[in-house]
Design a binder for this molecule. Structure first.
Ligand SMILES: [Zn+2]
Length: 282
């Protein structure tokens, strides 16, 4: 995808395979097979599983090489995650870890911070690291309570934020809420999934596009308001979804989500009957 001068590529680290009827959606009316119908082509046709791709977005413009998030990393990921391919994905685009000038985190869950350090060393030694202040304070405060499911994401102590980021503490710059992080890259407040979750709006030469992070893990959350279990504050996450649903459709903005299968770009569209839907644009 090209947004003005900014070139964006999806870097795939791996994937998580989930049972779409296995309790990952909650609320009074979790999605049925019929609700899945418009999105069935995104389910694995062999297993029926919902595939959540895990990775990073690579943004290149001017002399900047920017990553949004750093994937899950190469440690074995239990029976849900199979990851560790991010560096191969980078080299496939002609980029070395040494080239990365900046990393901007959508949030600090394990499946977004994995390659930040490896074996106690910075994996991107020339990168400045940008994190929302609320996110950083929440995940590094020993008194913060994690959701019951959050420790299950951790594969070892190395996955804990305070350990993962120890070798790069001097490279961290904090932002907060709606703020320009780098020229042409604005963070937008989208808390709910986590306390300081951010969407990035990219703007260049009059064009715009959004990287929506974990605002939605499935198309049905974004289009139909399905309630995803793994949100820290579900009402706040649903508010953010509603806000961005309107913003994306009203402005006809292209966007990419961190976990949609294959990390493609898409947009919200309405059919002749006025029903909202999602289409892949590349
Ligand atoms: Zn995630």
């Amino acid at each position: 995808m090209q947004i003005g001068d900014i070139r964006i590529d999806s870097l795939i680290d791996g994937e998580a395979a989930l049972d779409p009827h296995g309790g990952i959606f909650v609320g009074e009316h979790p999605p049925t097979d019929e609700d899945w119908e418009p999105y069935k082509r995104f389910l694995d046709p062999c297993t029926g599983q919902m595939i959540n791709t895990v990775g990073s977005f690579l943004l290149r413009y001017g002399d900047r090489v920017v990553l949004q998030d750093t994937g899950m990393g190469p440690q074995p990921g239990g029976d849900i995650f199979a990851c560790g391919a991010l560096r191969s994905s980078m080299w496939a685009h002609g980029v070395s870890p040494l080239d990365v000038t900046d990393i901007i985190f959508s949030h600090l869950h394990t499946d977004h911070i994995g390659w930040t350090t490896l074996n106690g060393k910075p994996y991107f030694p020339n990168a400045t690291i940008h994190i929302d202040r609320r996110e950083w304070e929440h995940y590094t405060n020993p008194d913060s309570e994690l959701e019951a499911w959050e420790p299950n994401l951790l594969r070892s102590d190395e996955d804990k934020v305070e350990n993962r980021f120890k070798p790069v503490l001097d490279r961290i710059e904090l932002f907060e809420g709606d703020q320009e992080v780098l020229p042409g890259i604005n963070a937008m407040e989208a808390s709910g999934h986590t306390p300081g979750h951010s969407v990035l709006e990219l703007s260049s030469r009059g064009e715009r596009g959004l990287l929506i992070g974990d605002l939605a893990h499935s198309h049905g959350e974004l289009v139909d308001g399905w309630e995803f279990y793994f949100n820290r504050d579900l009402p706040q996450a649903l508010d953010a979804l509603e806000r961005f649903r309107g913003y994306l459709y009203d402005n006809r903005l292209p966007f990419a989500a961190a976990h949609f299968p294959g990390m493609p770009w898409g947009r919200l569209v309405k059919n002749d009957a006025g029903t909202l839907g999602y289409e892949v644009i590349g």
